[in-house]
Design a protein around this ligand. Structure first.
Ligand code: 7PJ
Length: 275
């Protein structure tokens, strides 16, 4: 990689764009489409051409009600994809997983970032992340994918979520992860009502004010459908609007399916802010 991650974050005024590459047969929005290695490579290449800075590779679906996948299954999905993409392209790769063994093998295979929707809470994950010395994204989730949307409860959602993330970040730094390697993410849609999600979006600057880089992912999610009335394949415009709001509130990384649409919108914002 030409630049280290902190440098990369500091040198761009516009947020980095993280393109989603699901290698799950059951992902809710592009299910099964990219489960083969060649289509994974093609999809990565397209996203890179469109301006993605990071490719986020995930082999476990974490959509609401998703079944868990076995370690062997997850490894067999993601490791070949990471190796192929890192050998073909000069791009940052993140591994979207909660399993310690997947993190370990993914980093050995060339992954640059660990992206964990469970914020390194599963057994062994924190240790692996300490050893790996790569940036880690700590995401907030209430409950587990199987049941998280049943009845989310918060005293005050922004405060609760931010406090959780800051506590996790403290635990990570105490365990030996460099502060500069920690990214926080409020986890849109993970155990949150539409109202919870839009409160977080409206107050995303509370997260960016923490001093940690902030990753935000709302691409094609239910909250976008809630606002627009569109089903999942027609949420691009709504998702781009959400990405722009995140950018204006200081998000550092935006995780999206629709890279070109997001990159174009962010370019317009950047030109406006520079004028
Ligand atoms: C997120 C994620 C997110 C981070 C997923 C989906 C569900 N990782 N992995 N943040 N969402 N860091 O894309 O709809 O919001 S999977």
């Amino acid at each position: 990689m030409s630049k280290d991650f902190t440098t990369l974050l500091q040198t761009t005024t516009s947020p980095l764009v993280m393109g989603i590459l699901n290698v799950t047969p059951d992902s809710f929005s592009d299910g099964g489409q990219f489960d083969q290695i060649n289509s994974a490579i093609e999809q990565a290449e397209l996203m890179i051409q469109q301006g993605a800075d990071i490719i986020d590779i995930g082999g476990e679906s974490t959509r609401p009600n998703a079944e868990e996948v076995s370690l062997e299954e997850e490894l067999s999905r993601v490791i070949p994809a990471i190796k192929a993409i890192k050998s073909k392209f000069d791009v940052w790769v993140s591994i979207d997983t909660s399993k310690a063994e997947v993190m370990k093998q993914a980093v050995e295979a060339g992954a640059d970032i660990i992206n964990d929707v469970r914020a390194l809470t599963l057994p062994g994950a924190l240790d692996v992340a300490v050893q790996a010395q790569v940036p880690v994204c700590l995401m907030h989730m209430q409950g587990q994918p199987k049941n998280m949307q049943n009845n989310p409860q918060y005293d005050e959602v922004v405060t609760d979520v931010l406090q959780y993330l800051l506590e996790r970040a403290d635990e990570c730094t105490q365990a030996g992860i460099a502060k500069a390697n920690i990214i926080i993410d409020p986890g849109f849609g993970f155990g949150k009502t539409a109202d919870n999600n839009f409160k977080i979006l409206n107050q995303l600057d509370a997260f960016t004010a923490s001093g940690y880089p902030v990753l935000a992912g709302l691409s094609r999610k239910t909250m976008i459908g809630h606002a627009t009335g569109q089903d999942v394949e027609n949420r691009v415009y709504g998702s781009v609007a959400g990405a722009l709001i995140c950018a204006q509130k200081g998000a550092d990384i935006i995780r999206v399916h629709d890279v070109q649409a997001t990159v174009d919108a962010l370019a317009v914002l950047e030109h406006t802010q520079r004028a």
